[in-house]
Structure formats: C-alpha cells, structure tokens
Write a protein that binds this ligand. Structure first.
Ligand code: G1P
Ligand code: ZN
Length: 543
C-alpha cells in the first residue's frame, strides 16, 4: 500500500476545549484542518504504530468523510486495527464501552455533542484514552503542542473501504472491523439493570416517551426500550439520526426539547419522558408536566441507586462538577459516602472512577454517569430511572416531592449569555477575580456575601492542580452563585451563571424556580455587573 507524506504547516487554534476540538463544520472542511489534528493526535500520543482504536461519531454532516480520512491516516501511521461503528456511528458512551471492553489504545469520537450540526453547524473530534474516558489535560496539551509544530501528515492512497457493511476488511496492513454500534452497549445495560422489572412495568401499561432528537441515541433507544424491554412501538420519537439533527439543536433541556416538554404537559402525557443529545451522553428526564433538573436527578439517582442490581450496596462515593447544585452532597452525607467536587468537564471524574473513589458522577449540564464506562451516559441514566421507578412503585413526581420533604430542595437554574465578545467576557471575569477579597461582607439584593473564591482543584488521585475554574460566590443562608466561561463554544464567549438557593425540609418546595431564585439572580447580575460588561439585559438561555 502506498502512503502519501503530505507537507503541512501548523494551523492556529487547534486547542481542544472542555470536550475535544470543536469548530464550525466549514473550518473542519478546510484543506488539511482535520488531517493536521489527527496527525497531531497520533504524534502527541506516541504514534499510532501497532495500536488499536475505536472510531465513531454522532452521524452529523462530515462524520462520514472524517471517518474515511481517519481510516486512511491510521493505516498510513501503522495502526494495527480499527473498530468502527457501522456507517461510522457510535454514541460517545458506546465508544467508551468499546474502548474498555476491547482494551484498545483509545478512541477517536467525532462529535460536537449538543451543538447544532450540518454544513453551517459545528463539528468536533475528541480523543478518549485507554480507560475509555476523555483524554486528560496532559494528553490534550501534548496533542495541541504538536499542532503548533507539525510539518507533515501521513495518509494512505488506498480507499477507506466499506463501512456500511458489518464485517472485517483490510486497508494495507491495518484491520478494520465494522461492528453493530448497539450490540455491546445493550449487553452492558443488561448487566447493570433489572430488565425484567422494567419490562414488567411496560407490560403493565407504563408509558414512556424518549426523544432522540434526530441524533445518535435513536437506534440505541429503539432497540433497547422498544425491542428488548417492550415499550410501546413509537415510544422513541425522532429516532433516525440525521446529518443536521432535523435542523434542530440536539441539546436535551426544556428549551431545545420543546416537543417532548409539550407532550409531557398534554392531557394524555406518558408517565415518563426523556431526551438525549447529539452524541448520546446527555440526558433529560421528566414526569408529567415536571422537568427534573439534572442536579436533582443526580441526587435522586444516588439516593435510590441501590434498587438497580449493579449499584446495590456498591456506592463508594459520588462526584459532581463544582457548578452542579449541592443537592447530592446532602444525600451523600446521609449515606455516609464521600462527595467530590470537580471542575466542569467529564474528564475530571476519570481518576475518581478509576481509583474506585466514586461510583456515580454528574453535572448540571444534563450529564450523569457511573463507573460502568468513563463518559456520561444518557440512555444509562434513563434506564437507571426506569429501573428505580419499576422497583419503587411511586411515580417520578411523587418520588421527587418526597425527596425534597426529607432532604430539602436546592432551587437551581443556569443563565447563559451567548456569543458575547471574548474581550468583554474576559473583562467581566477579571473584574470578579480582582474583587475576591473585597466582596465578602457586603450585602447585595438583601443577600450577604460570605465567601468568594476562584475554584481550583487538586486531583485526589494524581495530585494535579487545575486552576481558574470559575468564581464561586457564597451567601449567608446557603445560596450560591457561580460564574464561568464556557469551554465548548465556537463563536465568541458564553458566560454561564449558575444560581442556587436551598430550601430546608419543611419549607416551601412548590415555588416557581426563577421566582424562588429572584434575589440570587439580582445579586449575580449586580456583583458581576453583567449589563455593563455584556450590554445584555437578560440571559439568552435559561435552563
Ligand atoms: C459544557 C457543560 C459541561 C460539559 C461540557 C461537555 O461545557 O457545561 O458540564 O461537561 O459541556 O458536554 P462548557 O461549555 O460549560 O465548558
Ligand atoms: Zn454530548
């Protein structure tokens, strides 16, 4: 097989963010853009020679072309074997599982997660390490460093082959195994959950609606929920992955999953609603007319995980990202297990999971997962919920109400200000950081600031320090505001403002969330001087 060695030069801005390298699709289509990054990925991880990788993506526009380029580059770089989802499709959690199950050297996942896709949308690529989790910072740094001094890339002249048919073939010396994207994942879910109990619940008339948002989870949910567990035909909606997610925004939150929200508040609403994102790692769950916030979901799953066979008596600890509400901390305390607070991004959970320090993890951004893989897992969260509901008997709204009565309620919301000029966002954060020591003691919107810090995290396993992860403002009485800039956007900067207020057991848990948070919202806007810095009166997205 002939390999081409193509001279190239560094392309600016190929620095992986919170979750891989994400750019406009058109940027990825520029000559050499993807090739430079993939070659840097191989070079920055000690070369591809003799290695095995899992490759797959969420099916968005350019997924197919990119998969073919990666096949030809892996072959030219001497890789031994690629395991590829049929048609280049793999959900992020399924890819994580395959990396672990086959003990590969890692995986290349093509996705920009919940960002819109299509010719005018976003594309992304991320590298997962041999433990199945997002590459830790020292690896992404090495890859980035390579993008800055790259001089050539290698690509096979041969065709990438047929990835639409199950089976194996060779590209030069490299073996390509095209596999069923769902089968191994389905096996894993069977091991974790009480499928009989869930099937019995469905047979008894329990109705579910799963909105796959035209993204990769469609085939997974269809096979497992409808095929294996017997949910009614049509329970999974928008189940066929499309190049641009049906023109939508595949982010499972009440704003973007409005079709599901409308269905769940209709007169004939199903008992349980759920949605997942572009690459299948996020989840949203709902009861009738009730959105369960991801922070509450994490707390409730932790409290009831013992009802699933895999977790009964096996919770070593729980971890949440810093901006996630503190609802799960209260559950962990009552269970007598540790609760870790990590920076935003799934990669920080990896060490805790590998070391057996945490069993469940979650983020306020609709991410929940466990030690079964090293990524968050949308359908897993839905199945754990179904398992809990099947075994407990209460409906999800009742279960949550009872939980608040016993543990208290952490009212919680996130306000996003999108596409603000990068300098303005930087100035807002610098001004906050400059006031860390002067703010405590002052009263804003009737709330007295007790503590302010710039979150830094020392990994309890490897001792690595990650600084500058968001400004935390605590108020007397337990309310909290967190401000940080997004690391996944592709245009300008996104300011995320996370708002939280605790209402103790016995308090009023039935308030409207934004109303309950009104003083905290006002305090956040005033302290950070959001209007002056951004020129915005209100947030673009409130979840
Ligand atoms: C966002 C979420 C974060 C999540 C990441 C990848 O990152 O906030 O929790 O891990 O997407 O899905 P951000 O844009 O805030 O950096
Ligand atoms: Zn995702």
């Amino acid at each position: 097989m002939a390999n081409q060695i193509v001279p190239t030069s560094p392309i600016e801005g190929q620095k992986p963010g919170t979750s891989g390298l994400r750019k406009k699709t058109a940027v990825f289509q520029e000559p050499g853009y993807l090739e430079n990054f993939v070659q840097s990925l191989f070079d920055g991880t000690g070369g591809a020679a003799g290695k095995t990788y899992v490759v797959g993506g969420d099916g968005r526009f350019f997924n197919d072309d990119a998969t073919r380029t990666i096949i030809r580059m892996a072959a030219a770089n001497g890789a031994a074997r690629l395991i590829i989802g049929q048609n280049g499709l793999l959900s992020t959690p399924a890819a994580s599982n395959l990396i672990r199950k086959n003990q590969t050297d890692g995986g290349i996942i093509l996705s920009a997660s919940h960002n819109p896709g299509g010719q005018n949308g976003d594309f992304g690529i991320k590298f997962n390490a041999a433990n199945g989790g997002p590459a830790p910072e020292k690896i992404t740094e090495a890859i980035y460093a390579r993008t800055q001094d790259i001089t050539q890339y290698r690509i096979a002249e041969a065709d990438a082959g047929d990835i639409s048919t199950l089976g194996s073939y060779k590209v030069g010396d490299m073996q390509v195994d095209v596999i069923d994207p769902v089968a191994d994942y389905e096996d894993l879910m069977r091991e974790l959950f009480d499928f009989d109990a869930i099937a019995k619940m469905f047979a008894g008339g329990f109705r579910v609606c799963f909105d796959a948002m035209h993204a990769v989870t469609g085939p997974y949910a269809k096979r497992i929920l409808e095929g294996v567990l017997g949910a009614a035909h049509g329970s999974v909606i928008n189940a066929v992955p499309s190049l641009d997610f049906g023109g939508g925004h595949p982010d499972p939150n009440p704003v973007w999953a409005s079709e599901l929200v409308a269905l769940m508040s209709g007169t004939d609403a199903p008992d349980f609603g759920a949605a997942s994102d572009g690459d299948g790692d996020r989840n949203m769950v709902m009861g009738r007319d009730a959105f369960v916030s991801p922070s509450d979901s994490l707390a409730l799953l932790t409290a009831y995980a013992h009802l699933a066979p895999a977790y009964a008596g096996r919770l070593s600890g729980v971890a949440r990202s810093m901006p996630t509400s503190q609802a799960v901390d209260i559950v962990a305390e009552r269970l007598g297990i540790p609760c870790f607070e990590t920076p935003t991004g799934w990669k920080f959970f990896g060490n805790l999971l590998d070391a057996g320090k945490a069993t469940l993890c979650g983020e306020e951004s609709a991410g929940t997962g466990s030690n079964h893989i090293r990524e968050k897992d949308g359908l897993w969260a839905v199945l754990l919920w179904l398992n809990i509901l099947a075994r407990d008997g209460r409906d999800i709204v009742q279960l949550r109400r009872d939980h608040w009565r016993s543990f208290g309620r952490n009212y919680y919301s996130r306000h996003d200000y999108e596409e603000i000029p990068t300098e303005a966002a930087g100035a807002l954060m610098s001004a906050l950081r400059a006031n860390l020591t002067t703010l405590p003691g002052s009263t804003v919107a009737g709330l007295t600031i007790s503590e302010v810090d710039n979150f830094a995290y020392t990994d309890p396993v490897d001792g690595s320090l990650t600084e500058n992860q968001g400004v935390r403002i605590r108020f007397e009485g337990g309310s909290r505001v967190v401000l940080r800039l997004s690391g996944t956007g592709t245009q300008g900067a996104t300011l995320r403002v996370y708002l939280e207020r605790f209402e103790a057991p016995g308090g009023d848990h039935g308030q409207d969330v934004q109303a309950a948070l009104a003083p905290v919202i006002e305090a956040a806007e005033t302290i950070a001087d959001i209007k002056t810095h951004t020129g915005r009166d209100k947030a673009d997205i409130i979840t």
